[in-house]
Design a protein around this ligand. Sequence first.
Ligand code: SF4
Length: 333
Amino acid sequence: MRVGIPRSLLYYKYLPFWKTFLASVGLEVETSPMTNRKILADGVKVAENELCVPVKAFYGHCLALRDRVDALFVPRVVSMEERAYTCPKFLGLPDMIAAVAERLGLPPLLTPHLNQREKPSEFKWQLINFARDEFGIDRLDAVAALESAKLAQRQFQDGLAGGRTPLDLLPQSRLNRPRRRKAAGPSKRIGLLGHPYNIYDGYITQNLIARLEEIGAELVVPEMTDHHALMNAATDVPKQLYWTYEKEIMGAINLWTEKRQVDGVIYVLAFACGPDSLIQVLIEHRARTYNVPLMSLTIDEHSGEAGLVTRIEAFTDMLMRKRREHGNVEAVA
Ligand code: SF4
């Protein structure tokens, strides 16, 4: 059986885990190509208008896999860790795709229900039951697949902790390589904040990362810091955050500003994203308090390239001026 994993949403965080798990239980795994004009346009056509752009792209990726696989992998991820939730869109994703599946001629959906909020140990049983119910895999084989998947994910995370980004580690993820060499002189250390499926999807962010590299920016992303360190740093907010991704984003800016690890921060947020709009205020407050320049970039399916380049260049020029006037940031710990 050939299973398709859409290249969107949790792909950028958990592909090594899912790909290894599904392959280890004997399935062929296929991923959709990088987001392109057609994939996004197809997704926009069928998705509800008020959805955020990465979810619209997810529809397009399902369509891109339609004729190439026997089933689509669309898990219902309620929670990825204790006392935290994912965004409600992740909870409803299998229902949203199922609602259009027949009309679009999509293959059957595989929708394991994954919830670690109350008891992280339940995750193991949720996967064992999924493998048994869907593919008739016995418990020992499912446990072996789970262990292989964990190992693959750990290797991926070690690579991130070593300073690489998902673009370097996931297969065929880069839309473009930087076209120019790094600028001469001191580089600008820029913290790039946002959901991984936004900042690493080169098409929906207009190739933001390659553009920053072209102008000599040294990028710092939340994935380079240990998850637990991010979670601890995220507690420094007036009210507890419920969403894992938002905690990571908040933890990252708290660490970067407190330790003066970056010259400036670019925060990429999706139009119509509830969690993003809630923490945007907290991020702006934090940056102001620590006097760290912040640029927020709101993206949707209409985002244009020209304005983005001008804004990035103006922002990085301002960072260089500020650095000359006030001195360097500390080395990243
Ligand atoms: S967190 Fe925001 S960007 Fe991500 S899926 Fe939810 S609404 Fe969309």
